[in-house]
Every structure is written in C-alpha cells, then in structure tokens.
Design a binder for this molecule. Structure first.
Ligand SMILES: Nc1ncnc2c1ncn2[C@@H]1O[C@H](COP(=O)(O)OP(=O)(O)OP(=O)(O)O)[C@@H](O)[C@H]1O
Length: 259
C-alpha cells in the first residue's frame, strides 16, 4: 500500500456498504469511520451482520462462494480494498484476525509465531527469534512460555492459546486486528487477561472486536456500533452509547429487552 494511502487519519472507512450471501442481503448501506489506534466494539443480536462486516474488512468473505460486497466502498488506511491492484494476502497481513475459538497450528509455540514471518520470506534464525520474542512479549505471554518454546502449542491453556493466536497475528506486523468474540470460550480470569492485552495492543494497533458481552464492550472499547438486521443503527463513543443512547432500539438492546 502506498505512502500516500497511509496518510489517511482513519484506519477503516465504509461508504454505503451492502453485502450479500447469494440473494440474501446481510449488510445494508453501512457507513462508518474507524479511527486509528482505537478499539471499536460491534454489538447486536445474533445474525445482525457483525461478523460479516468484520470479515469484509480483510476480504475473508472472498472464500465463501456467492458472497460479496454488492454496493459501496471500503477503504483500509486510504486504500479501496476491492481495487484490482490490492492483493488479498497482503491485505490480510495488514488486517489480521483472531477468532472465537483459538486455533493454534499443531506445532510448537515457537513455530506458531514464526510461521507467518517465514511464509513472508524471513529465513534468518536470529531475526525470527527476535520477532517471536517481541510478538510473545507484546501478547503478554513471553514470561509464561519462554522456557517451553519448543513444546506443543496444544499444551497451553485455552486463554494462553488465544494469546498465542494474538501473538501469531502480531508477528506479521499488521496495523489492524479484527477479533470475533475472542473471549467467548474463555473463563473470567483468561477473559480479563485478554481484555488487559487489548488495552495494551491499542497503542500499536487499531482493533475491531465483535462481542455479545455488553460489559466487555464497555470495558475495552472507545467506540461502539450497534447493528440490527444488517443495519448500523447507532455508532458513537462507548460512554455515550451505554449512558445515553440516541436510538430506542439501542437502549432496548443494551438494557436486555431484546436480543
Ligand atoms: N457463510 C454464510 N452463508 C450464508 N449466509 C450466511 C453466512 N454467514 C452468515 N450468514 C447470514 O448472514 C447474516 C449475518 O450473519 P453474521 O454471522 O454476520 O451475524 P452476527 O451478527 O455476527 O451473528 P452472531 O452474533 O450469531 O455471530 C445471518 O442471517 C446469517 O445467517
């Protein structure tokens, strides 16, 4: 992506975005601007399109037959992501993703983190060591795993595995990290550690997180978008959304009256 594009103040800009799975319209005329180095939470009842929109940002939906953005534009750091010149692999390096269920590779802890940089061509062992340590430190996991880097990643707890997946994402130097319900399979203590980590990560990354947990949205995010049936109903600062929402539907959802 060009330097000029990197000058954009927003990390993500959606203009009038529609998305369909075949004939079924899942996202309807969404407009939103996501500032750099902020945490944005997507909330809303099941099936309202949160994950679909998240996956639009790094074109993960490209892998689903018949699924596509049918209208509007999405810019990532100034670059229109559907421009034919944009390479999907490079886009996904820049816009990393962490999933609901941690999904480490059946390899060692070290290899899980070194995998991405290796694929990108890094062969120097010292450089790889450096990248792995930096990513594991950045994901608050280094102290717990530094003496067992060559053990299987499957020997880690669920929360540690999720932080390893975050380290794996960070190892390829993205600028945006998408998180799709990253704590839904974790206990409260592991959840708290990932939430602390999100606070630290936002110094270096822009984060968009889908969550069903209202308390989590208030704890971790600067802005919140409330979605309902494919539409972005309200998008504002998290403090405002949860203390004085502008729309009745938002209020009903956050107070648990539906969803
Ligand atoms: N791969 C797919 N193929 C066809 N339709 C899909 C696919 N994935 C999602 N959908 C549909 O798109 C709509 C939005 O789904 P999406 O998963 O984005 O919602 P969500 O708000 O993230 O839901 P949840 O909170 O349950 O994860 C739903 O009607 C869903 O059934």
């Amino acid at each position: 992506m060009s330097e000029q594009n990197n000058l954009s103040t927003n990390a993500i800009e959606c203009v009038d975005v529609d998305f369909s799975y075949g004939k079924s319209r899942a996202i309807k005329s969404v407009n939103m601007e996501i500032a750099r180095n902020e945490v944005t939470a997507f909330i809303g009842p099941s099936g309202c399109g949160k994950s679909t929109l998240l996956r639009c940002f790094n074109r993960m939906n490209d892998f689903i037959p018949g699924a596509k953005v049918t209208k509007g534009t999405i810019h990532i750091e100034g670059m229109e992501i559907h421009d034919p010149e944009v390479d999907g692999v490079e886009l996904r390096r820049r816009v990393g993703m962490v999933f609901q269920k941690s999904n480490p590779f059946p390899r060692t802890i070290y290899e899980n983190v070194a995998y991405g940089p290796r694929i990108l061509g890094e062969k120097d062992k010292n450089k790889l060591d450096e990248i792995v340590e930096k990513a594991l430190r950045g994901s608050a996991l280094w102290d717990e795993v530094k003496d067992r880097l060559n053990d299987s990643a499957f020997g880690l707890s669920g929360g540690q595995q999720q932080r390893l997946c975050i380290a794996r994402t960070c190892a390829v130097d993205p600028s945006i990290i998408l998180m799709d319900e990253p704590c839904s399979a974790l206990d409260p203590i592991a959840t708290a550690r990932v939430e602390e980590l999100i606070h630290e990560l936002k110094q270096n990354y822009t984060i968009v997180i889908v969550t069903h947990n209202m308390q989590q949205a208030t704890r971790v995010s600067d802005k919140t978008g409330f979605f309902y049936m494919g539409e972005l109903i309200e998008y504002d600062s998290t403090v405002k959304m949860f203390s004085n929402p502008g729309k009745k539907q938002t209020e009903e959802y956050i107070t648990g009256r539906f969803g």
